[in-house]
Design a protein around this ligand. Structure first.
Ligand SMILES: Cc1ncc(COP(=O)(O)O)c(C=O)c1O
Length: 332
């Protein structure tokens, strides 16, 4: 073996230099990170790293959530935190700090990013301490926050609608579907399968033939009788966005656009025969589905209810003061 084929070893200074050199162009999308391992916030992407012995890395013993920073305010932070705490409890991960401190760290990291529009993702992990399975060896739970470029989908999702296919990937068992853990392998595979088939996303169907959810979004419908329909939340993730849409959709019941809002099992045949179908989530917002398994939904065009719900949601992130948390930026 030639001398320069040897795997190099680095001292700490060289390793730090290498971490800097390894920063790729896309890291420009990462604005600030908090790490409980560091005990503070960094804005240099070279140091937005995790210890390999953190059980989040090698066991997936961790939970996460994502909120939106919109116009300098955190939208529905407390609702997302509530789900995060539920996930933590189900995954049996103790909090490293009181909830109020976790919340303040998220707000402080958003402020340190200097960004007014971004995505905010945070993780709670069993923590570092070894490479075993159980968390007994961990030195303590870890908490990480990243402020990164606002997630967005192509404009065509909204103007032309998207195509979905039924997933052949097995849905997570109900308990695991309700915990927002970092085990997203089925969610990734459902998306890849859809792309392979020339579609935009997939739809999980449960063991009783009922519609469940999509990759990282919920699935809602408008029946031909103008009823807003959504599956129950006992075997899927309780979407913060769709829960808010139920409230916003009441305006459409009042205006007569909708007759009713009904949460309950949606059989696949009912979904396929709907007037409208839409994907709903913090990343996709409200996006109309116009085709499922090659068959048109409704008239095959984005429907009016999806459009109105998206408008209501857009207004909500700007004006709903009870849903918005102010971020104290420097110099304000
Ligand atoms: C599996 C799954 N379902 C639904 C959702 C939608 O949830 P939210 O509206 O809180 O983004 C998400 C996203 O977090 C998800 O990962």
């Amino acid at each position: 073996m030639a001398e320069n084929d040897r795997t190099p070893s680095f001292d700490s200074n060289e390793a730090a230099a290498r971490l800097r050199a390894a920063v790729h162009a896309k890291a420009a999308n990462y604005y600030a990170m908090y790490s409980s391992v560091l005990g503070g916030i960094v804005t240099d992407p070279a140091f937005m790293v995790l210890p390999l012995d953190d059980h989040m890395v090698h066991r997936g013993h961790s939970v996460f959530d994502t909120a939106i920073l919109a116009g300098g305010r955190l939208y529905q932070l407390d609702q997302h935190l509530e789900r995060f705490l539920r996930s933590a409890e189900m995954a049996r991960i103790p909090l490293p700090f009181p909830v109020e401190k976790l919340r303040q760290i998220i707000i402080d990291t958003a402020a340190a990013s200097g960004r007014r529009d971004a995505s905010v993702r945070y993780w709670l992990s069993a923590g570092p301490g070894g490479f075993g399975l159980g968390p007994a060896e961990c030195v303590g739970s870890s908490f990480y926050v990243i402020i990164f470029v606002a997630e967005f989908y192509p404009e065509s999702f909204y103007s032309q609608g998207l195509k979905v296919v039924t997933s052949s990937v097995a849905i997570k068992p109900p308990f695991f579907a309700r915990v927002k853990s970092t085990n997203y392998l089925p969610n990734v595979l459902v998306l890849l399968e859809a792309k392979d088939k020339g579609a935009d996303n997939g739809v999980f169907i449960d063991h009783h033939g009922m519609i469940a959810e999509s990759s990282n979004m919920n699935v809602a419908f408008v029946t031909r009788g103008r009823v807003f329909r959504h599956p129950p939340f006992d075997a899927i993730l309780s979407g913060v966005t769709v829960q808010r849409l139920f409230q916003l959709a009441r305006h459409l019941v009042e205006s007569g656009d909708l007759k009713d809002i009904r949460i309950g099992d949606v059989p696949m045949e009912e979904g396929k025969a709907a007037a409208e179908m839409m994907l709903v989530g913090s990343s996709v917002k409200v996006a109309p589905v116009v085709e499922w398994d090659g068959r048109a939904i409704g008239d095959g065009k984005p429907g009016p209810i999806a459009r109105k719900l998206l408008e209501l949601w857009r207004e909500d992130i700007r004006k709903a003061t009870d849903q918005l948390v102010a971020v104290p930026y420097a110099g304000q």
